[in-house]
Design a protein around this ligand. Sequence first.
Ligand SMILES: NC(=O)C1=CN([C@@H]2O[C@H](COP(=O)(O)OP(=O)(O)OC[C@H]3O[C@@H](n4cnc5c(N)ncnc54)[C@H](O)[C@@H]3O)[C@@H](O)[C@H]2O)C=CC1
Ligand SMILES: O=C(O)CCC(=O)C(=O)O
Length: 443
Amino acid sequence: MSYVSDVIEQVKAKNAEQPEFIQAVTEVLQSLEPVIEAHPEYEAAGLLERIVEPERVIMFRVPWVDDAGHVQVNRGFRVQFNSAIGPYKGGLRLHPSVNLGIIKFLGFEQIFKNSLTTLPMGGGKGGCDFDPKGKSDGEVMRFCQSFMTELQRHIGADTDVPAGDIGTGAREIGFMFGQYKRLRNVFEGVLTGKGLAFGGSLARTEATGYGLVYIVDEYLRCHGDSLEGKTVCVSGSGNVAIYATQKAQQLGATVVTLSDSTGWIYDPAGIDVALVKQIKEVERGRISEYAARREGVTYHEGRGVWVTPCDIALPCATQNEVLIDDVRALVENGCKLLAEGANMPTTLDATEYLQANGVAFIPGKAANAGGVATSGLEMSQNSERLSWSFEEVDEKLHGIMVSIYHAMDDAAKRYGHEGNYVMGANIAGFEKVAAAMMAEGIV
Ligand SMILES: NC(=O)C1=CN([C@@H]2O[C@H](COP(=O)(O)OP(=O)(O)OC[C@H]3O[C@@H](n4cnc5c(N)ncnc54)[C@H](O)[C@@H]3O)[C@@H](O)[C@H]2O)C=CC1
Ligand SMILES: O=C(O)CCC(=O)C(=O)O
């Protein structure tokens, strides 16, 4: 058995109840096989055994009182996965499905994604099985204060810098920042995605969605094509989905679908972004309301976005939302490119099917890295106590996405797998982390 297969088996045995973590590790390690073969010193240094084990896992009680006066208890997590190239960095997910395995998969992916940005950020992720949906602002505030009361002792601007993810937007980050400052008596860039009035960066809100479209645009440009006139399917209707839709349409594409956990909409005229923002960001309502308010739109219960014919698919909701039947439909309908806005939205078999059928596949750790890259730019602004203009941040974001495309494309070519961006992104992200871990000794 090869060193890589051996470590994958160890991870499966040790983490049998964490399927998403096993899935992420399997995908990354398998694609690193040629790099590991070229570097026998990695095995001697136990590099892979160390990289799949978080440096620290923190799990804690989050008690809070709801509006009816009842005590509620949730389970909070922070996985500080790898600090070889910088302070831990990664979002906080608030969703009832959150468990240790999901946070570990997200933290593991974050190591390589953050490395791809070229900025000095290690990998981490956290969250809680709390559901902000249907809660009052007061309940969300009391929850966030309780969550931060424990988390604050483990984080800091040079130690670990959390941010948003599913269920954690500007409101939640504001409440958490307020509690951190109150308990630690220090005003520092301990979180990113902050409001503009207290150290947030312009363009961080838009960054993940815009970055996704920038990398797609660079891929198309390098293949003599563009977004002009393309039909695009997007899933989700949160932060990433909204700004990916906006940028794709600004560059001449028509986005015809969006979804949430209850259903999806088809709008052949192209999504009205202002209406989605009103429903999702202001009213915190359901995507079904979009169909009720706009002519010519159909609403479907359940999942099903990927049966819609499109040139480009951008899954922007959650993990494992693109299954084998979905990709069969996409291929059948002539889809030419899938880029992951969400983290690991495509299952392993679906990914392989796309690659085998000539669909370009850009994995999340490259395609959605614009969010954390702009968080890195927010950290730089906080450190120098300055704020850059929207145009300046957006231009840097664009440059980073273009460089990620070429880093992943070059790495795939260097190892003889041109066009395999899963391999390219994993290898390019791994190389810097591996070099740092080797230099830092057995820690
Ligand atoms: N916000 C960010 O900067 C970044 C987010 N991501 C990833 O992008 C994805 C979306 O995150 P955000 O837009 O920030 O979250 P969000 O909370 O703003 O939106 C999430 C969207 O996904 C939908 N969704 C969640 N679970 C679902 C399910 N089981 N089935 C169908 N739809 C579901 C929600 O209804 C919502 O529309 C996640 O995978 C996240 O990890 C990745 C990089 C950065
Ligand atoms: O902006 C950040 O620090 C984290 C973004 C994130 O959670 C992600 O890239 O999945």
